[in-house]
Design a protein around this ligand. Structure first.
Ligand code: SF4
Length: 339
């Protein structure tokens, strides 16, 4: 771990000022200042020397203002500094947005869920081994232009959707899939003022610049998330398949939310995890289901549409079929939910 300076702030304007005050040298790919909340991902990567901020801006004293969980008839408001376990256990979230509660409960160990903030969770970095281990020279995400060791290397857990020739790293989170499926928005404050983004637009696919993972800029601070109410939120769930059931990242996962009229799908919201380079909305799968009776054939057809265009490598050719089955099973389980 390298030396860094530490500032604890009590106001968002002070946080943004402290984070934006350090200018990055032209060649630096990481922002020189990082916000610290739970630290469960950031400190991990600082110990590995993958990220080397010169300043940590501790925002935990903002939790009273930005740690809210507010459920109304219009939807759900979640502050960025709410802890994962608090949100997962909240009665209104469990009843009205079970896909959110599931995604948080299945995301990490109890200790991590107690520490980690929602804002930090959605910004967690990939677990690609070549990214995490600085002894590997070829990683375009960590060292732009150096190549991608995973393309012909160990790539069993890598992505098959949203990949590029520069990077195939999997987005590792779970909660983000629930937000994408439910058309959430994210509020951001930064040096240029406040703005609201569709959550689906927060993360970027790698393209030619895998080192740029989001549409946030230096000093931008996530304040919270808004999930609109909808007839589909109660019949929703998150299904996650992983190597170790106790604690692991997804090999394939599905966040589904459906509004049924009898057996017929009136609306469907679907996002996929463990298989894509960013939280992945499966619009084509939703279109397959709309207006169709939800049975095993329809669920399978949705899976086929979701993975149309998947690009596999040597070790992850199993992922499209696993992903199709996970999505189909999630849809059939959602059909049986009592709402
Ligand atoms: Fe780096 Fe992405 Fe390639 Fe992994 S997949 S080695 S993160 S460029």
């Amino acid at each position: 771990m390298r030396r860094f300076d530490y500032q604890r702030v009590r106001d968002p304007a002070d946080a943004i000022h402290a984070a934006a005050a350090l200018k990055a040298p032209a060649a630096e790919t990481e922002w020189p200042a990082q916000y610290l909340a739970g630290g469960t991902n950031l400190v991990d990567y600082m110990r590995l020397d993958v990220v080397t901020p010169r300043r940590l801006v501790d925002i935990n004293d903002l939790q009273a203002r930005f740690g809210e969980i507010d459920a109304t008839e219009k939807g759900l408001r979640l502050g960025a500094l709410a802890r994962m376990s608090t949100v997962a256990d909240h009665p209104a979230v469990r009843r009205d947005y079970p896909v959110i509660a599931d995604s948080l409960r299945l995301a990490a160990s109890g200790q991590i869920r107690n520490m980690a903030s929602l804002g930090g969770n959605v910004l967690q970095r990939t677990r690609c081994n070549y990214f995490r281990d600085v002894s590997y020279a070829h990683c375009n995400k960590r060292a732009p232009g150096s190549g991608c060791a995973a393309l012909e290397g160990v790539n069993r857990k890598h992505a098959v959707l949203g990949v590029s020739d520069a990077c195939i790293a999997t987005y590792p989170g779970d909660f983000a899939q629930a937000l994408v499926a439910l058309d959430a928005a994210v509020d951001v404050a930064g040096p240029g003022g406040a703005r609201t983004l569709r959550f689906e637009d927060l993360h970027r696919a790698p393209g030619d610049t895998p080192e740029v993972e989001t549409n946030l800029g230096p000093g931008d601070l996530i304040l919270g998330f808004t999930v609109p109410a909808g007839a589909w939120t109660r019949r929703s769930l998150y299904l996650k398949v992983r190597d170790r059931e106790s604690y692991d990242f997804a090999l394939a996962s599905a966040a589904v939310a459906i509004d049924l009229e009898g057996d017929v799908v009136h609306e469907a919201r679907i996002a996929l995890g463990g298989v894509a380079t960013k939280p992945w909305r499966a619009h084509a799968a939703e279109a397959v289901l709309k207006g169709r009776a939800l049975d095993a054939a329809a669920a399978r057809a949705a899976g086929e549409a979701a993975f149309d265009g998947a690009r596999t490598r040597t070790q992850n050719a199993f992922k499209p079929e696993l992903g199709r089955r996970v999505l189909a099973r999630a849809l059939m389980q959602a059909r049986e939910m009592e709402v």
